[in-house]
Write a new protein. Structure first.
Length: 135
């Protein structure tokens, strides 16, 4: 069994970061979603490409929202696991992704995220999130 690293407070903050990421993007709180990343943070998607820095991440949210075609989405991040070394961490979670339109939810994809995180001024943030989709 791997050793659990980091303080209980750090571990809880990181778990909350994973949850807030999904809640913010699913509920159109795009500025809050952007702020789950460090100012130089990177988001990589096999469908949308690579976006670095808050300004570019904001542009991504516009494109991403347009891709919903008037519907909505739900991100379910499960099996969250991470290792903390000082003020940095690496993490992983599985993704279950639903599209919502006309009152109906449809499973759209499964996959996951590979992450790096950094603690900045006492707050854990993503420095790099790379999405993968199962084929």
């Amino acid at each position: 069994m791997p050793k659990i690293t980091g303080t209980p407070d750090d571990r809880e903050q990181i778990r909350e970061l994973y949850a807030r990421y999904a809640i913010f993007v699913d509920n159109l709180h795009f500025e809050e979603w952007v702020n789950t990343f460090t100012p130089d943070g990177v988001f990589e998607s096999p469908l949308f490409g690579k976006f670095q820095g808050h300004d570019t991440l904001r542009k991504f949210t516009q494109r991403y929202h347009e891709s919903w075609n008037g519907g909505g989405v739900r991100h379910m991040m499960v099996n969250v696991s991470f290792d903390i070394t000082g003020d940095t961490a690496t993490g992983f979670c599985n993704l279950i992704y639903f599209s919502i339109k006309g009152g109906k939810s449809e499973l759209s994809a499964t996959g996951g995220y590979n992450d790096t995180l950094r603690k900045v001024n006492g707050e854990w943030l993503f420095t790099h999130r790379k999405v993968f989709v199962d084929k």
